[in-house]
Design a protein around this ligand. Structure first.
Ligand code: 5GP
Ligand code: MN
Length: 336
């Protein structure tokens, strides 16, 4: 993979057919970075199609350009046609094709120019022609901002670009709370503000945009589905299919739930598992020196960042929860 800076000279043209894609069930960083880049590239006349491998949370729909995003699972023909025609493929906020689920085989088979922009650990670098992979970055949105400014096109950061990029930075940093927030992140926000960003409206769109059922669901989960293992400084939440049905939980409604137990004094690791149709999906969050990426990779077919990772299991909910308790005991020393 060659440095992404080698394509800077071609960003302004000639116009190309471009596809931008992201990980399945995109969060605000995946969708925000993809739409931020799309809103930037269209200003040079590029023909840009943004494709999500799956559906996404309805509370991302406010993002400028989101109404034109294709859902690969639901609009396979249209999305496949765009992939087949693409001259440039940008892969944002993931670094290995399997994170795009059923779209992975199509992406692998393409032989156009593939560009990676991502901040997760252990990228599959040989699969990309150009790219930037930097785990120190707060968000992929910060990396898109870097690309736009370093390529000399800072004047193309419109209000639309700014709103998309701000959304990913604010969510991936836990509202500027995580250790990943550098001076550079605040400078970026200052720059977006100077361009007219109304940050309060973005916060409202992201955090005050849910339905009543989600809050009732969170109440139910915290009361009935959370176990605390003080000896291991660990909290575990296991969500059943019946829970999802009872509260009519939709994509995105469970985002952020894994952060709640971190407010309990002494908790070092939080694990949350959801019984989804096709698999049991794990989320891990840690504080301090517990490495979630290694833990997720070793035991739950996953990966991510040092303090935030995910994984999945084909076992039943009960079996994967039992497995978690077993490996939690194995990791007693690391959890002290
Ligand atoms: P979340 O818990 O929010 O789903 O994911 C936390 C972090 O881990 C995200 O940065 C996400 O991209 C990554 N992640 C989640 N699930 C997986 C997985 O199955 N495999 C890998 N490699 N990374 C994951
Ligand atoms: Mn991200």
């Amino acid at each position: 993979m060659k440095p992404v800076s080698e394509i800077y000279g071609q960003l302004a043209g000639p116009a190309r057919k471009v596809v931008i894609t992201m990980h399945q069930k995109p969060d605000a960083d995946a969708m925000g970075s993809s739409l931020g880049l799309a809103n930037f590239l269209i200003q040079f006349g590029h023909q840009v199609t943004v494709i999500s491998p799956t559906n996404w949370a309805r509370w991302l729909n406010w993002m400028p350009g989101c109404d034109a995003v294709l859902n690969y699972e639901a609009e396979k023909e249209k999305a496949s046609a765009a992939l087949d025609e693409a001259e440039w493929l940008f892969c944002l906020d993931f670094n290995i094709f399997y994170r795009t689920k059923t779209m992975a085989d199509h992406l692998k088979a393409m032989n156009c120019i593939k560009v990676l922009i991502d901040h997760h650990q252990e990228p599959d670098a040989p699969s990309f022609d150009y790219g930037v992979s930097d785990t120190r970055k707060s968000s992929t949105c910060e990396m898109v901002f870097d690309l736009i400014t370093a390529s000399g096109h800072g004047d193309k950061i419109t209000l639309q670009v700014a709103e998309c990029l701000y959304a990913g930075v604010v969510t991936d940093t836990g509202s500027f709370r995580f250790a990943s927030v550098t001076e550079g992140v605040h400078r970026m926000v200052a720059d977006l503000k100077a361009k007219g960003l109304d940050h309060a409206t973005v916060h409202d769109n992201l955090f005050n945009n849910f339905l009543e059922n989600r809050l009732r669901f969170i109440g139910h989960i915290l009361l009935h589905r959370m176990e605390i293992f003080y000896e291991f400084n660990t909290a575990l939440i296991a969500i059943t299919k019946a829970d999802l049905l009872r509260y009519q939980v939709k994509t995105g409604d469970t985002d952020g739930l894994v952060n709640f137990p971190q407010s309990i004094q002494g908790i070092k690791l939080v694990a949350l598992v959801i019984d989804r149709d096709e698999e049991r999906k794990w989320s891990f969050r840690s504080k301090g020196d517990f490495d979630c990426n290694t833990f997720a990779r070793k035991y739950f077919n996953g990966g991510g960042h040092y303090n935030a990772a995910g994984g999945h299991s084909k076992e039943s909910l009960n079996d994967t929860v039992a497995r978690f308790k077993e490996v939690m005991r194995e990791n007693y020393d690391l959890l002290q």
